[in-house]
Design a protein around this ligand. Sequence first.
Ligand SMILES: Nc1nc2c(c(=O)[nH]1)N[C@H]1C(S)=C(S)[C@@H](COP(=O)(O)OP(=O)(O)OC[C@H]3O[C@@H](n4cnc5c(=O)[nH]c(N)nc54)[C@H](O)[C@@H]3O)O[C@H]1N2
Ligand SMILES: Nc1nc2c(c(=O)[nH]1)N[C@H]1C(S)=C(S)[C@@H](COP(=O)(O)OP(=O)(O)OC[C@H]3O[C@@H](n4cnc5c(=O)[nH]c(N)nc54)[C@H](O)[C@@H]3O)O[C@H]1N2
Ligand code: SF4
Ligand SMILES: [Mo]
Length: 697
Amino acid sequence: MTATHCPYCSLQCGMTLTPRPETDGGGYEVTGTNFPTNRGGLCEKGLSSAELLAHPDRLTTPLVRDHRDEPFRAATWDEALARVVDGLTVAQERYGRDAAGLFGGGGLTNEKAYQAGKFVRVALRSAAIDYNGRFCMSSAAAASNKAFGIDRGLPFPLSDIARADTVLLVGSNPADTMPPAMRWFAAGRERGARHIVVDPRYTATAAASDVHLQPVPGTDLALANGLLHLAIKLRLIDTAYVADRTTGWDAVRRAARQYWPDRVERITGVPVRVMERTVRLLAESRATMILSARGAEQHAKGSDTALAWINLALALGLPGRPYSGWATVTGQGNGQGGREHGQKADQLPGYRMLADPAARAHVAGVWGVDPDELPQPGLSAYEMLDRLGTDGGVRALMVMASNVVVSAPRAEHVRERLRSLDFLVVSDMFLSETAELADVVLPCAQWAEEEGTMTNLEGRVLRRRRAVPMPEGVRSDLEVLHELAVRLGRGEHFSADPETVFEELGRASAGGKADYAGISYARIEAERGVFWPCPTPEHEGTPRLFRERFPTPDGRARFHVVHHRAAAESPDDEYPYRLTTGRSRPHYQSGTQTRRTKALLDAEPGPAVEIHPDLAARLGLADGADVRLRTRRGSARMRVRLTSGIRTDTVFAPFHWGDDQTVNALTNPALDPASRMPEFKVCAVALDVTTGEDPGS
Ligand SMILES: Nc1nc2c(c(=O)[nH]1)N[C@H]1C(S)=C(S)[C@@H](COP(=O)(O)OP(=O)(O)OC[C@H]3O[C@@H](n4cnc5c(=O)[nH]c(N)nc54)[C@H](O)[C@@H]3O)O[C@H]1N2
Ligand SMILES: Nc1nc2c(c(=O)[nH]1)N[C@H]1C(S)=C(S)[C@@H](COP(=O)(O)OP(=O)(O)OC[C@H]3O[C@@H](n4cnc5c(=O)[nH]c(N)nc54)[C@H](O)[C@@H]3O)O[C@H]1N2
Ligand code: SF4
Ligand SMILES: [Mo]
């Protein structure tokens, strides 16, 4: 029996894997452990995760092919890696260094994320690296950095939620996306805490709360400004806090005048009296939290929206107060660590910036290279995908831990761009929809088969331990990157040993914002995780941030003036409804893993689009009917699920499915100017009633 952590979301629930006797079907029994975040709890995804370790679809040998229209054939690692090196170097010789690139993932361990960033900058000497976290945390990250000078999802331990008197969740549905976290919300409510949910749908999370605000998708910024306007009018501002701990209030106070309640009700659809009740609950409790997630952030104005809620939190004096503050709920398993160690286009380890000469000098020193050798910042995730195969774009791409054909916006276009590449290599445990397009597929180890560290939603660095042997034929991404570096003639700069890489990562991060220098494998083990920043072995780590000061040059948090604007696409005669997208409880992300898990597939065998019965009646759609969703970018087919919990002008669909059920065939790649986040959460859609078996034709 070995204690490790779940392969899926950022809660990183503690679990043990125990071999089950062959007489009992074999495989592994998964049990939740008493880790501080999940306290024994696991959701159905974690519980069923071990089924994939020995799944019949599991890749256990590299696959190659000479032409994309041929089937794959099994190859040796030697041949596959030789092809990868050849694909990358030929593209670089033909088109320049930046023609070879890597698309990474927030599910990768800290060690792998660090190694991926270093591999691209040092072994390939290319600028072309970004990752799927751009589609996840980037708006919240941009806002946190601007306002607080640091980007750590929760600036307090998860269990603090139980101690808050008022919690507002904006665009966050933990009852489905992090079920075991609900214990902390439930504990708060038992103490009498009030919970408020802002979501166009009446979610399971909303059902467990006291107040539900149901805005038009894409209007959270106006709502936050409207609440601020009311807080000023009702004299609820914490003026002492604003004076002592912040800058920029006067301009924000003036800007808030434009958000008088009637106007905000017209924009958002939230009644004035509900806004008044909300702002009183927020201001009049001793400990108040505002928690943000993808619903508010995955917009072309996602970073300004996050800033608007931060403005409200600062005006009410919340950040740094006990059991209070603004926070964002990180998503992927290593969504937090994945954004700290340099797999982002503009970033170096320790959350340093690639364009900063001092940062370049420090990291180049640790890497043993000349700072001038390091490339400058490259393109963000969608921009990289959009330009694949074009002049100045990437021609040979490695995809590691992302299934972009399903999860990137405007997915059909992304598929076309991938097809236009000279060379595509995908590392995955399964033949994902993206791997199906590749020239070379590398079979990677699964979470429980290798050592590494993850940084959970609280900024707690934890050890994901090897619990089971790695099947023959697969390799860890860490080893693969090391071996490729060796073959590219840069092997002396790389290691394949996780602990060695972690120690180097610590040195590279030293003095940076996300400082891991004092964290070691032994400490993580002994202390059940260590919170960064942790600059020295003597430092105890930092569970709570902002107590005395903010990590800005003057120690103060910064207000920012932000204004409402319409979504990039609004409903019209041709596309009359709003589509928003997100998650359903049994499935995870692009579905590569959970669509292969029996219990999860039984629980939800296909995607369902949620439609209000009034809208359905107007369209003549019955529950369970087939419907085709159509936008300016493409179409997708789905089953109808009637629910009176959704707005009548909005439909919701999950993005966990591929082929002609790919929701991202529909979504709008309009990008946030600061974070480069696509507008996953709102676009204009038409619903076509279909008949029978093949609604597409
Ligand atoms: N079951 C499951 N759990 C997961 C994942 C998964 O794929 N499946 N993925 C993990 C990852 S990577 C992430 S990032 C997290 C995401 O976790 P969440 O952010 O909780 O999940 P989402 O479903 O994307 O979005 C949350 C809510 O936003 C609402 N919403 C949509 N548009 C708007 C809007 O304009 N404004 C507001 N206020 N709300 C809106 C949706 O109705 C939805 O209920 O979940 C993690 N956990
Ligand atoms: N419409 C819409 N689209 C969205 C979102 C939305 O809300 N709506 N949410 C966005 C968000 S928040 C996110 S995080 C993205 C996520 O979307 P993706 O980036 O596609 O994430 P996953 O499905 O987790 O992809 C992980 C892939 O890597 C494989 N994998 C898992 N672990 C490893 C590993 O250690 N190494 C390697 N090499 N492979 C591994 C898995 O089998 C899977 O195929 O989707 C985004 N797309
Ligand atoms: S909540 Fe997240 S970490 Fe916990 S078991 Fe479920 S998927 Fe795994
Ligand atoms: Mo995410």
